[in-house]
Design a protein. Structure first.
Lengths: 150, 501
């Protein structure tokens, strides 16, 4: 059993092969057609094959050459930033832009190691006022400012 | 004669009060994000795309273009004053610019950078005006085979600047092409890779993809590091360079402008490549190469002129061929598509107001940047001292509102967030997102041209090699791959990126 000597290459190879294989399998339901009359499945098939082949080479190279380890993924920033954004995206039409903004700012600020709650709330309130003025009043975006307004 | 007539039309468009205002907004925003590290032109344009819906197409493009070249000005300011490049294209400016600032010559360095950029901007405007008509006339003769090969060349060109492995960068292009064809197939009406989600029938939105990969991912990566940024801004006294400095800088500005104008047109070119090349050339031909890195004014003048010239001439392939050559230009394709303008050689004839107006606005924007920015340097520097912990949540907020308003759906915000996670994964595995974005934009066009080329040749793929222009473009792409993999070039390429870190 060969060992993974270049983890960054190895895992990106795995990712490419997986996506390429997925495109081939999932895309197999689209009509292939012929070269002269390409169906909707023709181009994705070419891309899928290319991706699997290139990914395969990168993967094998990851077993043969030396390389640095994949840096550790600290989950806190990712979870808070992405979570805050998704929550904002789903809540804004119900909660209104004012409250969702404060929520997003506080949650996202908590991702920083320099987080201060009081400061984040103040900044959230100020940005909520700014966002309401610029986007709703100024640019006429169709979103409520306060909860359950529409 | 002809150029003058065209430029007159252009200035007629660019100098309307509304368009001056948009150029000003674009330049100010560009300078702002150029000063602030951690947010680049791609993410900014993605953030602002939704707000341009209600604008005239010309005004929208004028503003977005201003962001790109405005960022070149802002980037040099921080490079010189705090030794921190706001943009990748200002990395080399740090080397000598900051040393000049330490010697108390910050003012001279700043004004050299600004005036050099302005000169380069003027020359590049004329360059774009002179080069575009013949190039689009040529491109009108292109058939689908030529177009397909041109896109291959453009995509391979984008790899020249990718960090690390060539193979990985090419795989990223393929992945981008694959993401690009998500949605309804124009020929058969079949929904491809939509997973039964109705929001995906129009494909993945470029705003979400770009904002996630370039904006969110960058923020998350910045948050993972706990080191504190120390900023010691130096006082700026006396903006004017001495006569000796002017004499030393002038030829460097000329050479930088030349290099930038040419490298900007080439596939994969643009601001960043131009600045690196210009610095390398100055160091090579200088009689006193030992001065470089210790505050040589040529080391500021040449790359700053070059990056501005390159930023502007990289619009040439976009406007004449419809091929974006870097990630910023890919965003411009997105902007044009939103306003129902198909980028390509027909723009110049079907939409001359837009074409020449945009070009003329670059000159107007450059003039504004010089006039506005030199007196405003103090303010930009003060902005730079805004703590990151206050800055990034605000960026996230504006991104989220921006994406939401594209189609007024929560799904788009979700999609952006997921691409943000993917972007972090790409950084961890050293996979370059820029080639992916280019592939993403070109995916549908590439499929369509391949389909047409093969239809005309009755399924014979060798048509791509039989037509001379098409064959030439493919050979150029192959040569480019060979050149990148040559051990000698590879080493310089890696060194260039090491300096950047």
């Amino acid at each position: 059993m060969a060992s993974i000597r270049h983890p960054k290459d190895f895992w990106s190879g795995v990712l490419f092969v997986a996506i390429g294989a997925f495109a081939l399998v999932y895309g197999s339901k689209y009509t292939l057609g012929t070269a002269a009359r390409m169906g909707p499945g023709y181009f994705p098939r070419i891309l899928g094959i290319l991706l699997v082949v290139l990914g395969g080479i990168i993967l094998i190279r990851g077993l043969r050459t030396e390389g640095p380890a994949v840096p550790r993924w600290k989950l806190r920033p990712t979870l808070l930033v992405i979570g805050g954004v998704i929550a904002f995206g789903y809540l804004v039409q119900w909660l209104g832009i004012a409250l969702s903004t404060v929520l997003l700012i506080v949650v996202a600020s908590a991702a920083s190691h320099e987080f201060r709650l009081k400061e984040a709330i103040i900044s959230g309130v100020l940005l909520a006022a700014l966002a309401s003025l610029v986007f709703i009043v100024g640019l006429g975006v169709q979103l409520p400012i306060w909860p359950f307004q529409h | 004669m002809d150029i003058i007539g065209h430029l007159t039309t252009g200035f007629g468009v660019a100098l309307t009060p509304l368009n001056i205002l948009h150029a000003l907004i674009g330049c100010l925003l560009g300078t702002l994000i150029g000063v602030l590290p951690g947010i680049g032109p791609v993410a900014t344009i993605a953030m602002l795309l939704p707000t341009t819906y209600s604008l005239e197409p010309v005004s929208a493009l004028i503003m977005l273009a201003g962001i790109y070249y405005g960022a070149q000005y802002g980037g040099s300011t921080t490079a010189i004053l705090v030794n921190m490049p706001g943009e990748t294209s200002s990395v080399v400016t740090c080397l000598d610019g900051y040393q000049m600032a330490r010697k108390g010559q910050a003012g001279a360095a700043l004004s050299t950078a600004a005036l050099g950029s302005f000169f380069a901007g003027c020359v590049a405007t004329v360059f774009v005006a002179g080069f575009s008509p013949p190039l689009s006339a040529l491109a009108l003769k292109f058939g689908p085979a030529e177009y397909f090969s041109l896109m291959v060349l453009g995509l391979i060109g984008s790899v020249v600047l990718a960090h690390g492995s060539l193979m990985k960068a090419i795989a990223m292009i393929i992945l981008g092409l694959l993401l690009g064809i998500v949605g309804t197939d124009v020929n058969s009406g079949v929904q491809r890779f939509d997973f039964g989600i109705p929001e995906l029938s129009d494909g993945l939105g470029i705003t979400g993809v770009a904002m996630g990969l370039f904006g969110f991912a960058e923020i998350i990566i910045n948050l993972e590091s706990t080191e504190k940024r120390e900023l010691v801004a130096r006082k700026v006294r006396g903006l004017l360079p001495t006569w000796a400095q002017v004499k030393a800088a002038a030829p460097a500005v000329l050479r930088g402008t030349g290099i930038g104008s040419i490298l900007g047109i080439l596939p994969g070119g643009g601001a960043m490549l131009s600045s690196f090349a210009a610095y390398a050339l100055e160091k090579k031909i200088s009689k006193t190469p030992q001065e470089f890195g210790k505050g040589a004014i040529q080391g500021v003048a040449a790359p700053e002129s070059a990056n501005n010239a390159g930023a502007q001439t990289s619009f040439i392939p976009l406007l004449t061929l419809g091929i974006p050559e870097n990630a910023v230009m890919a965003m411009m394709v997105g902007a044009m598509t939103i306003h129902n303008i198909q980028p390509g050689p027909q723009v110049i004839t079907s939409n001359p107001q837009l074409f020449w107006g945009l070009i003329a606005s670059m000159w107007v924007g450059n003039a504004m940047l010089v006039i506005l920015n030199l007196p405003m340097i103090g303010m930009w520097i003060r902005l730079l001292t805004t703590p990151y912990r206050l800055l990034y949540p605000a960026i996230l907020l504006f991104c989220s509102i921006g994406v939401y308003t594209v189609n007024n759906t929560s799904f788009d915000v979700m999609q952006t967030a997921l691409f943000g996670v993917l972007g972090v994964l790409f950084v961890k595995l050293e996979m370059e997102p820029a080639p992916l974005l280019l592939g993403f934009v070109l995916g549908p066009m590439m499929e369509e041209n391949l389909r047409r080329a093969l239809l005309l040749s009755r399924g014979d793929p060798f048509v791509l090699f039989q037509r001379p222009i098409s064959a030439g473009l493919l050979i150029a792409a192959a040569l480019l791959i060979v050149v990148i993999t040559l051990p000698n070039i590879r080493r310089t390429r890696e060194e260039a990126f090491v300096e950047e870190v």
